[in-house]
Write a protein that binds this ligand. Structure first.
Ligand SMILES: Cc1ncc(COP(=O)(O)O)c(C=O)c1O
Length: 351
């Protein structure tokens, strides 16, 4: 079912139990794939500043949120670099579209990172199509297409971490569909079971499977020494089958796209001009309002607002000085109004 929903030749699914395991699994597939092709020297990974790929050592290493890394610094993977954060503060307001930017955020990849390490040593680049945990930052127009082209040019695998964007959040099956860019691996978790039973996975392109599985090795030899006791757990798979059937039956991805427009419009009409607001971003069924930090206490204002909203029955997510809302696909306009108005009252009260 999952392969049938995924774009291009993303046809082979390796199951695990979480987004963190999906991140580590995808990095290990990248190493094993290159080695199977006689390019074992390709062992450098490139993540992105403010990226989030979970809490395993692999995901933490390619991740770019400092707080998730700082006390574990000595134990991170050694051969990792990071793309710069793909956000232009000069274009901090966008509603349901990819932002414009005059900056070329991938120039540094071509001019510094790849020459420094030599592209022939790079195994994979991993990014979230939209930076979720950092606070819903959408890359500028054309960014992911160009990243795909650069990876192709240098034989580098491109991994999309779609733990948040996968299964409908952008109104399409995957972020890859929204952007028209097919990665070599696509990591998923969360929405595949409606987030209530642990299931994650990595969808791989046929070429990865073929290079590792269609070999001369005898039948009894295990090709890829990786897997978890609970990979493909029957309960989790049953939950996924039920969830995916409901998504389809109730047309929930389309609904997510439609309600995303309602959410985006509500954010822009309500928060624009409120005190301390420095950015409003929406794409798919998620939206963020960014506030100026309190000098010397970054994150405090958003945290206080989160607590305030929670007490009033509205769950909003603080991420640094950003507040994010990503409601379930069955959300009604009245719920959006309640969430946005509660949040707006609180933003005004914490001016
Ligand atoms: C993009 C992304 N990758 C990985 C993870 C980690 O997933 P988990 O918490 O299931 O390990 C998350 C969790 O929020 C995520 O947003």
């Amino acid at each position: 079912m999952i392969a049938g929903m995924a774009p291009g030749d993303l046809n082979k699914v390796l199951f695990c139990n979480s987004g963190s395991e999906a991140a580590d699994t995808s990095l290990k597939v990248a190493l094993a794939y290159h080695r199977a092709r006689g390019e074992g020297h390709r062992n450098i990974f490139i993540g992105r500043e403010k990226g989030y790929h979970g809490v395993g050592f692999g995901g933490m290493s390619v991740g770019g949120i400092p707080a998730n890394r700082k006390v574990f610094g000595t134990s991170l993977l050694p051969r990792v670099d990071h793309l710069r954060f793909a956000h232009d503060p000069a274009n901090a307001y966008y509603n349901g579209v990819e932002p414009q930017s005059n900056e070329d955020f991938l120039l540094e990849l071509e001019n510094r990172i790849l020459p420094l390490h030599d592209a022939s040593n790079v195994a994979a680049i991993i990014v979230e199509p939209v930076a979720g945990s950092a606070g819903w930052y959408v890359p500028p127009q054309g960014y992911l297409k160009r990243l795909r082209e650069i990876c192709d040019k240098h034989g580098i695998l491109l991994i999309f971490d779609e733990v948040i964007t996968g299964f409908g959040r952008l109104g399409t099956n995957f972020g890859a569909d929204f952007y028209g860019v097919v990665p070599d691996m696509l990591n998923f978790a969360k929405a595949v079971t409606n987030g209530v039973i642990p299931l994650g996975g990595v969808i791989c392109r046929d070429k990865l499977y073929d290079a590792m599985m269609k070999t001369e090795a005898p039948e009894h030899v295990i090709e890829f020494f990786h897997g978890y006791t609970y990979s493909g757990h029957p309960v989790a798979c049953a939950a996924a089958i039920a969830t995916l059937n409901l998504f389809k039956q109730d047309n929930l991805f389309q609904r997510a796209g439609e309600m995303g427009k309602v959410l985006g419009d509500a954010f822009h009409s309500t928060f624009k001009g409120l005190p301390n607001v420095v950015g409003i971003r929406s794409l798919g069924l998620a939206a963020a309002v960014e506030l100026a930090p309190i000098a010397g206490s970054p994150g405090k204002r958003a945290y206080d607002i989160f607590v305030d909203c929670f007490k009033k029955g509205a769950l909003v997510r603080p991420a640094g000085d950003v507040l994010v809302i990503a409601p379930p696909y069955i959300v009604e306009k009245s719920h959006i109004d309640t969430l946005v108005n509660t949040l707006a009252d609180s933003v005004k009260a914490h001016a």
